[in-house]
Write a protein that binds this ligand. Sequence first.
Ligand SMILES: [Zn+2]
Length: 322
Amino acid sequence: MKKHVVGIDIGGTKLATVVADKTGHILSKVRKPTLSKKGPEYAIGLLFDMVREAVSQVGLKQEAISAIGVSCGGPLDTKTGVVYSPPNLPGWDALPLKARLESEFQVPVIIENDANASALAEFRFGGGRGYNAVLYMTMSTGIGGGIVINGEVYHGANDSAGEVGHQILLPNGPRCGCGKQGCLEALCSGPAIACRAQAAIQKQLEDEETVTAMLTLADGRIEDVKSEHVLAAARTGDALALELVQETAYYMGWGIANLVNILNPDIVLLGTIAVAAGDLLLDPIRETVLKFAMTRPAEAVNISPAQLGDALGDLAAVALVV
Ligand SMILES: [Zn+2]
């Protein structure tokens, strides 16, 4: 009987293939650099080899695999399995990834964008277990999102649902990677937090004699200040860093309150930066949501850090097929 599945995680810098049993327990893993400059044909050839390697590592034959799940940066079409030029994968233009994998391995293949697949993984294996309406938001180089309702990803009309990071909060705010201005992502992604921190430090240096701990942590170079320095300095009680954390929580809480009013989720799970920050960031986010969202949905929602950590990428792909 076919009791195993393969998960493929495709990122701009890393490719990973795993074999898991039907409960999502990972049995083997192969990782290689994507070398995205070499284009899609190189990556696909590599993926074929990596799938075979992961399967043989567990002593299985290819026939033991029942399905393949693929987590990949979007945009992509989940029905046709065609990938359309993800920003981190140059040359992957209208690439029929599902068809290529199905013809190579003769098993059903399910493709999902990475944020949606991560939301499903948190629902199946992580912080979303046992809930009906789960909203997952990444908080790293960008702010992506996935909505899982009654165990299924909500895709919208053409797989574009869940773009939580591109809700506009400040129409004249900083420019976003999507081309618009003042998106949540342009205020609260890791690079956006760093950008606000650098501007605030510059201003402090001009106005005052105090030097923030953020600058010390970045070896005195303003341009090297990152979101992790903001969090680390805030933990030591640095006033400017604490202000930046409050400001980040205010924008995040505002954005989440909008989503809470629309989706009435049981739980909102926040990734990466929120996981690293913990209650330092989550408590003021929770306060802002209570302030901005309508009372009933605000009282129902639990705002928590995502739980899967480094295992998320592997489990995202696996969650599609278990
Ligand atoms: Zn945007």
